[in-house]
Design a protein around this ligand. Structure first.
Ligand code: ATP
Ligand code: MG
Length: 154
């Protein structure tokens, strides 16, 4: 798929909507803070969907019932910033160094009793790299995680 101008605002809105039902069944609120305008990114829509789908589904999966997820999209100068924050189980400093590797899953028992292959974030990392962006993680074990993706505006 050749890169083209893709509206990331619409992608984020659609993917968040898809995750809202499953989250609500566990009393997790998913709040979206999105711009009213399109956010143009040069890329492949299905790949950009993967970024949002993996981050939001992780945030819901690794957050106990009754928790909160906030997804924010903003453009600062020519930089697009997608933030997915949760108040879930968090990730230890030791695990933070590895979660973007293929098949890596945290050793935290709170994480291992949730099923997964450990590939989601590795795919996110690849897609972000291919789009010339970056991803960072801030987390505290037991109190939550914030993933932040930076992409160039088209
Ligand atoms: P998959 O996404 O392939 O179904 P997965 O969710 O285990 O499986 P990743 O999405 O790559 O794999 O995440 C890797 C690991 O990072 C997870 O197993 C979990 O330990 C940790 N992790 C990822 N996101 C979060 C989060 N929001 N809160 C706490 N831990 C997380
Ligand atoms: Mg995952």
């Amino acid at each position: 798929e050749a890169p083209r101008q893709v509206d990331f605002t619409a992608i984020v809105a659609d993917i968040v909507d898809l995750n809202t039902g499953p989250a609500e069944r566990r009393s997790i609120s998913v709040v979206r803070e999105l711009p009213d305008e399109p956010t143009w990114v040069l890329g492949a829509a299905h790949e950009l969907e993967h970024i949002v789908a993996n981050l939001v589904s992780n945030a819901v999966k690794y957050t106990p019932d009754g928790g909160h997820v906030v997804v924010t999209l903003e453009t600062l100068d020519q930089e697009i910033v997608l933030t997915c924050a949760d108040d879930g189980i968090g990730i230890s400093a030791a695990d933070q160094a590895h979660v973007f590797e293929d098949f890596y899953r945290s050793a935290d028992p709170a994480a291992t009793h949730r099923s997964g292959t450990g590939l989601g974030l590795a795919i996110v990392q690849r897609v972000v790299d291919r789009h010339g962006g970056s991803i960072e993680l801030e987390s505290t074990l037991g109190s939550g995680s914030t993933f932040r993706v930076r992409l160039r505006a088209a």
